[in-house]
Design a protein around this ligand. Sequence first.
Ligand code: B3K
Ligand code: ZN
Length: 896
Amino acid sequence: MPDTATAAPAQTPTVIRREDYTAPDYAIDSLALAFDLEPGATRVKSRLAVAPAHEQGSAADVRPLKLDGEALKLVSIALDGQPLAEGRDYRVDDSGLTVTAPPQGSFTLEIETEIDPKGNSELSGLYLSNGIFCTQCEAEGFRRITYFPDRPDVLTRYHVTIRGPKDSCPVLLSNGNLAETGELSDGRHYAVWDDPFPKPSYLFALVAGDLACHEEGFTTHSGREVALRIYVEHGKESRTGWAMDSLKRAMRWDETRFGLEYDLDLFNIVAVSDFNMGAMENKSLNVFNDKYILADPDTATDGDYAGIESVVAHEYFHNWTGNRVTCRDWFQLSLKEGLTVFRDQEFSSDVRSRPVERIQTVRALRARQFPEDAGPLAHPVRPDSYIEINNFYTPTVYEKGAEVIRMLHSLLGEDGFQKGMRLYIERHDGQAATCDDFVAAMADANDVDLEQFKRWYSQAGTPEVEVTGAYDGDSGTYEMTVRQTCPPTPGQPEKQPLQIPFAVGLLDAQGQDIPLALEGEDSGATSATKVLELRESEQRFRFPGVPEPRALSYNRGFSAPVNLKSEQSAEELAFLMAQDSDPFARWEAGQRYALRLLLQAVETLQAGGVPEFDTAFIDAFREILRDPQLDKAFAAEALTLPGESYIGEQMQPLDVDAIHRAREALRRRLAETLTDDLQEVYTVNTVTEAYSPEGEQAAQRALRNTALSYLSALAPEEGAALERLVDHYHAADNMTDRMAPLRLLADIGGEAAEATLQDFHDRYRDNDLVMDKWLALQAVSARPDTLERVKALEEHPVFSLSRPNKVRALIGTFVQANPLRYHAADGSGYRFHADRVLTLDGINSQIAARLLTPLGRWARMGEERQRLMKAELERILSAPDLSRDVYEIASKSLEG
Ligand code: B3K
Ligand code: ZN
């Protein structure tokens, strides 16, 4: 009988499953690599010391040796000095090379391959960025350099020789210590690098080019002298000061807060202009996107400075959480990413304003992770399967992963958490570990049971928490009922209750916190904020001996990444907005109040009416504007309304036009009613000192530019408002103050806007990073002709589809940050989007797949837009030669 099992269609790529993990068959004890650099044909010789990882009682126990390889030209292969024959000794296919019958015991394998860095538009493996050789190996780029077991649980010592032309590549770098340099014939030279720490292939790096260097030193806690070097393209070295300072602060902070010290005598950073993401933590040779290194007051905003500080710190922190202890397999990605994001957030909170950092983190989480968790691409923090791992460097793995770590921190306290960290590192230093290993270390060090907590790693979706409360005047007891549910997500129809640290407070009529202890707790446990431990779908908590509260404040500090379902009255929200002692909850009350008004306004507009807004809300805004005690950076956050995308997340079907009009109406109403206060704030917060990117003056700029934004809502009808924008732009002596009015002008349009945009262009035409800003602020414009403009800008000499920063700035901004114009009713936004994804897929599939995700939000839209969006997804899926990356996102998006 013929075999009737249906084979998967030729185009369907393989699904990799977590449950199929098996340990490697072979260990690689050491790896010697020698590169002969040529842009179009680089030769890579490798020598692998291979040892079986399993007991080999007899020859029958010997397993084939499978090496990954992609886009490689095999030149030669020899085993213990003997050339191997294809077919007889090994076979090669699209995904790698298998030595079919290796000898028993250890052996040496020598392989020579040829690769084409110049033709590598995927920017994965070895490629050229503006003439500089550089590598990106995470997750699976090393296999594009040579044949190797390219998986994170194979840790090896690397010995790397780089040979290249002296004139175009005076700088030759790899991981570890520089062992030797020397001259060769024909104008070439070489360098040899030795990395004493065994590492997985994804942490390998090589850089060669003509680079400028900014060098400083750092003395570690125990007295090690470390040379810190930041390499950039010539002409950019004057913009590396802030990154260098940030690096030193991060190194010191990791010593004081986590007791973790740097472990080599050299730490290199190289910044390049073409990079698929922000940066990469390769051992002692971090490679960065220019955007996260280069800054000066004239070209970088306060936000850019903050971003550099946090990314430099993040990559540095990976040295312990990622490199010294790495991941067993890619399903464990959040083991290093969630933990390292938590660490960089804590660093920023310690060196900046903790409440403002928390607010910004939550804003970003809601803008990116919550929608992901509620859409077709929802997946657990530790995914169960993937087609292309690069699609899983997601807000869920990173940002929700960090929230999971933060909850552990809340449950265990700083001391308990640090005890857990010490045990984790003691147990797993030099190993490839799992998320379970991490939780086990936390549990063992603190002698607690975290079994239920582990569901945070396996269950997708944003939980919903509902709180109801009742006060019993007779007994003076407040009783709180807390319910948790979690909506179904793809592949997970049913959810189990999670262990949730849920911080609450009760406020009395004067706005003071009522000291709280749970029934049965002794009075020593009394505190203003009580962290309730939720474990069941419904739980009751009783607080005896309390006066009747005026308002209930919950999820203080955003203690858990959940959606709150509870209804609070407008009065209660206004009260919390003015009084809550927890700054996050105070900000949150304002956001909830604003959201409620905006959603009501949307309904009014849809019914053809004119929206009205509570005066209580406007009064609360006035109080914030007039409060001299308030931290100005906090005030700026509190005065910023929820964004259009976040408002859209709360309604179905999503009406982009009504949302935009409602938000504009509220902005205008606030500006009209509070004009004098806004003008006062605008005037008194003028910064006169020399520029510094942080502290009080950055807070002043944030507040002043927020006031400017409201006042601009009065333009273009009021000429003065328009003039103020133009004047603000021309008076600016820093990029923050230049960008703020320009962004507003780009929305307003007209002659003044055009002239100012042109001025900006002419002033910065030679600065690549600033031109990205120029592209982005046109792509995000609310003007009706924005799509036409985006298409015209694609013709501008600065734009190129093969440069990720340009694609993100122009196309990425349009499809991800401009819901109003992206969701144009005629489907033109979707068509443009799908066209570009398809073209890009042939250039850089990682970038193409990343760009694609907004089409997956179709289920939130009205019927006609749903149809249009799905048609584009189908068009993408039916295209020939689709990459695994785009196939996975498009097919999952269509399933809804
Ligand atoms: N680990 C890198 C990200 C790699 C992305 C590969 N597609 C940067 C970071 O998270 O620190
Ligand atoms: Zn990271």
